[in-house]
Design a protein around this ligand. Structure first.
Ligand code: SF4
Length: 245
């Protein structure tokens, strides 16, 4: 018997034990948050022997680790998993919410109308090229009908984004919208209240601003977004930044 077959048997036995516990009306043994996260990300027999998330140090290895992920129900409706794209050594990372219809079809982040607006902000506003920065989302598979991702889906996918940011080590993260803000800065985050204010995630300065899709619906929000972007530019020492942020 191979190691994988043996481990498969152990997992199946454990599953039976847990079912028996439930049938007897007993609570299964409580697992720590860390153990649950480990089991969700790594602890399948198929992943045994592969690199664990903590050991990964390149975006290519991380993408291979995620594979054709089925760790949350969002895999069921996706056409493509949208990992993220851009400069792996980017000084600036934009983090949005989740892929939309066009992103799901193309397998790339921010390629729809909102994405084109983000590209204009980067290129015309900041004077950078889109490929100079890194663009990704909290959630890597499109939620059906573009609904908000559920808390459990965010929790399951978030370790991948955390790892991406750990690998890229940007100087600034620009959060786009409420969902990304709540995922990285906590459930109390409110976009209308907290945009434009510096925070930190994994020791990296974070500037939250409105999502470009919101800008398309509310053109008046362009001014505050431009002010937030100027603060980012100032932090990065780019010409045109404002110094009062
Ligand atoms: S959303 Fe994230 S956790 Fe869920 S299936 Fe896609 S990659 Fe996996």
């Amino acid at each position: 018997m191979t190691t994988i077959e043996e481990l498969r048997q152990v997992f199946s036995w454990l599953k039976e034990q847990l079912v028996t516990y439930r049938e007897l009306g007993l609570e299964p043994p409580p697992l720590s948050q860390r153990t649950v996260q480990y089991l969700m990300l790594c602890g399948t027999p198929e992943n045994m022997g592969k690199k664990q998330l903590a050991e990964i140090s390149s975006l290519e290895d991380l993408r291979a680790f995620i594979g054709q992920c089925t760790r949350c129900p969002l895999h069921e409706g996706r056409k493509n998993l949208v990992f993220g794209e851009g400069n792996p050594r980017a000084r600036l990372v934009f983090v949005g919410e989740a892929p939309g219809r066009e992103e799901d079809i193309m397998g790339q982040p921010f390629v729809g109308e909102a994405g084109r607006l983000l590209t204009r902000i980067i290129e015309n506003g900041m004077g950078l090229r889109r490929e100079d920065v890194y663009i990704c989302n909290v959630i890597k598979c499109r939620p059906p009908g573009n609904r908000d991702p559920e808390t459990k889906e965010v929790q399951t996918c978030l370790p991948f984004l955390q790892k991406q940011l750990e690998i890229i080590k940007p100087e600034v993260i620009c959060i786009l919208g409420r969902i990304a803000g709540q995922a990285l800065l906590g459930r109390d985050f409110k976009i209308t209240q907290d945009r434009g204010k510096w925070s930190e995630f994994q020791g990296i300065p974070v500037m939250p601003t409105f999502h470009p899709a919101y800008l398309l619906r509310n053109p008046r929000a362009k001014r505050p977004v431009w002010e937030d972007i100027q603060k980012v530019m100032d932090r990065l020492g780019l010409p045109g930044g404002r110094t009062n942020g």
